[in-house]
Design a protein around this ligand. Structure first.
Ligand code: SF4
Ligand code: SF4
Length: 380
């Protein structure tokens, strides 16, 4: 990835943008949808990732997956606030971004507006955990209806961006985007630990590992994905908030592709900080109880409409059906349909890999059990 590049079209910004690296679009692009509203911050995803990939000695701070509390939690410390202080408030005109991306805001002689955290910034993954915004909780607040104070959990992995800031930044071309599925990887043999990818990634999801003197990052569980399985953080999610699949650009969106449907058709899932300009491929169903001004900075315009569409999901059988397919299988399903009150997922070969009833059947046992001559009071 070396030559000076032309402009690329970033559909999340609804405009062309300068991208200083060569672009080779992959055959397909991995993507995730995380429903923030359902997360309970149990960190099972974090541990599933850690025990699979970074359980070795010296990897205590390698949190490729982390779940932080917003607005006060960050990993590493202040990663988003510090970059946004450099960039200024995001400016949108309608759906079009009119501010500068991290590529366009690069200082003279540099390709990207970067940020290299200090070693200590990586040492506090729980900072800000469960801290609320909007003052303190007062007596009687629980009776006040709309919550005055708020916080929410933000689940974070590498976004396997369409225009990654990490890939071209590496002077040794150690970071690359797989042509078959767009997964971004760091070649551990080539890497010399210069940390240009860490500096460039606006999400700080490329991390330096001092014992090996290499940079490392989320690998999208590529051995599993290659065999048709969803990633570990998705499969192990207790809240069933996660879905893995493949996304198409808006002009090629397929209604029966689960990720396309959530992002392009129902429009309930939004990218995180699209103003950075990397076209990230993790999409979030925004939290419905958070002030819209905060959500607008974080997920861009259209966030209020996304909240409205999500609230109306009970009246939209197709959307409701797809939401119950989250966490229903470890297999990747690239097509779904909803019929006869059931949601069904199919893999690339057309095999059914998930079937879930939309309305859960209810079984009521008789109050009096003749066989045992007992009454069943509140017996589960
Ligand atoms: S496992 Fe799921 S519910 Fe638990 S913290 Fe992770 S994303 Fe949230
Ligand atoms: S999130 Fe960061 S590390 Fe991941 S692909 Fe994007 S720029 Fe690279």
């Amino acid at each position: 990835m070396a030559s000076e590049s032309p402009e690329v079209f970033n559909w999340q910004l609804d405009r062309p943008m300068r991208y200083p690296y060569e672009v080779r679009p992959p055959k397909r692009q991995v993507a995730w949808v995380f429903d923030i509203n359902k997360c309970i911050a149990c960190q099972t995803c974090t541990l599933a990732c850690k025990t699979t990939w970074t359980s070795g000695k010296g990897q205590e701070y390698m949190w490729w997956n982390n779940v932080e509390s917003k607005p006060w939690g960050f990993y590493p410390l202040g990663w988003d606030v510090r970059l946004m202080e450099k960039m200024g408030a995001a400016k949108w005109r309608g759906g079009r971004y009119v501010g500068k991306t991290i590529f366009e805001a690069a200082p003279p002689g540099e390709r990207v507006l970067g940020l290299l955290p200090e070693e200590a910034d990586w040492a506090h993954p729980n900072v800000g955990e469960d801290e609320i915004a909007g003052g303190s909780v007062e007596i009687g607040d629980h009776l006040a209806g709309i919550h005055r104070v708020w916080m929410f959990y933000l689940q974070r992995i590498c976004n396997h961006c369409t225009y990654p800031a990490c890939v071209g930044a590496c002077p040794r071309q150690s970071v690359y985007k797989r042509p078959e599925d767009g997964i971004v990887l760091i070649d551990q043999i080539r890497c010399r630990g210069y940390q240009e990818c860490v500096n460039g990634c606006p999400y700080k999801k490329s991390m330096y590992h001092p014992p090996s003197r290499k940079s490392q990052k989320c690998i999208s569980c590529y051995p599993a994905v290659g065999q048709g399985a969803q990633t570990q953080c998705v499969v192990n999610c207790i809240g069933k908030i996660r879905l893995f699949g493949f996304i198409n650009p808006p002009d090629k969106a397929r209604e029966d592709n689960p990720i396309d449907y959530l992002v392009h058709v129902a429009k309930i899932a939004m990218p995180l900080y699209p103003q950075f300009g990397t076209q990230p491929n993790v999409y979030y169903v925004p939290p419905i109880h958070v002030p819209p001004q905060f959500l607008g900075q974080m997920f861009g315009p259209g966030v209020s409409e996304a909240v409205r569409a999500y609230r109306a999901a009970p009246d939209n059988p197709r959307l409701k059906g797809l939401l119950v397919l989250f966490g229903s299988t470890d297999r990747i399903f690239t097509r779904f349909e909803v019929k006869n009150d059931q949601a069904v997922g199919y893999d690339d070969s057309g095999n059914e890999v998930a079937r879930v009833p939309i309305t859960e059947p209810i079984y009521e046992r008789p109050f009096f059990d003749k066989d045992n001559n007992v009454y069943r009071h509140s017996i589960p």
